[in-house]
Design a protein. Structure first.
Length: 279
């Protein structure tokens, strides 16, 4: 009997160890060199870092970050590191970087590509107004050894053709990554598009939307772009988290975080966070 209990204990422990709990956040932090008056970076940076530190998502996709902003965040969150290259080779260029808790995850490989016809070199794609990129990494949980691909991006705010082709590019890229290493895929970003738009319908061919798949009702407002206007409820849901349909992933919770200070938001976007179980 004792032997049977021991075998069952080992069996259940193995099942538990095989599961990985993971919270992923996506956050457009608004580029810090903008002349935003009372919402300037220096006036909101402490609150933004306090928010990140409180929710402590092990993987965070950041959009519109400039190097001095990334440096400030990392200086104040010593357990975190960052991967990603700037979208342009100039001062104050923006990153779509990934922050990760280095105590929980290690990076096995990473890359930044341009959303264009020439993704390996700095280039604008199609009708895009700005240079646009995707940063991705192959991450491994230090405890469970679970691996996953995590991608973070920022689609163009004007070019419809660029957004549609960027979605096609990402769909192909994800297929290539899973051919290289068949592990779960999670994608975060500011897509400058709602779920009804063509570009996101393309992504939904092979990916689930975390907001739509949460086992519990998503908490908070669905809109994510607040424009620093505290008096109006955000209605545009343009920030999203996706995950692949072929892996054993479930979304336990989904949260649009509307934390504020002195009736101000830490950024002109609200961060979103999904809590996953990877089997």
């Amino acid at each position: 009997m004792k032997k049977t209990y021991a075998i069952l204990l080992i069996f259940f422990c193995t099942i538990i160890q095989a599961q990985t709990s993971l919270s992923v956040m996506s956050y457009n932090i608004r580029f810090g060199s903008a002349n935003d008056g009372e919402n300037n970076w220096d006036k909101r940076k402490e609150k933004l870092v306090a928010l990140l530190s409180y929710y402590e998502a092990p993987l965070i996709g950041i959009q519109e970050a400039q190097k001095f902003q990334i440096d400030y965040i990392l200086q104040n969150m010593p357990n975190y590191k960052a991967i990603g290259k700037p979208r342009e080779y100039r001062d104050l260029a923006e990153y779509s970087c990934i922050l990760y808790n280095a105590n929980e995850y290690k990076v096995l490989e990473d890359q930044t590509l341009w959303l264009s016809q020439t993704p390996m070199q700095m280039s604008k794609g199609w009708d895009a107004v700005c240079y646009r990129i995707v940063t991705y990494g192959l991450f491994q949980n230090r405890k469970t050894k679970q691996k996953l691909w995590f991608l973070n991006t920022h689609f163009d705010h004007q070019g419809i053709e660029a957004r549609n082709n960027s979605a096609n590019f990402l769909s192909t890229l994800i297929q290539q990554l899973q051919t290289q290493k068949k592990v779960p895929v999670i994608l975060s970003g500011d897509f400058n598009a709602t779920l009804a738009d063509t570009c996101l319908q393309t992504l939904k061919d092979n990916l689930y939307v975390a907001f739509e798949q949460s086992k519990t009702k998503p908490y908070g407002n669905s809109g994510t772009w607040n424009a620093f206007d505290f008096q109006k409820q955000p209605t545009e849901q343009i920030d999203h988290i996706f995950f692949d349909k072929n892996s054993s992933i479930t979304v336990q919770k989904y949260h649009t975080i509307d934390d504020f200070y002195n009736f101000k938001y830490p950024s002109d976007h609200l961060p979103i966070m999904a809590s996953f179980i990877i089997h």
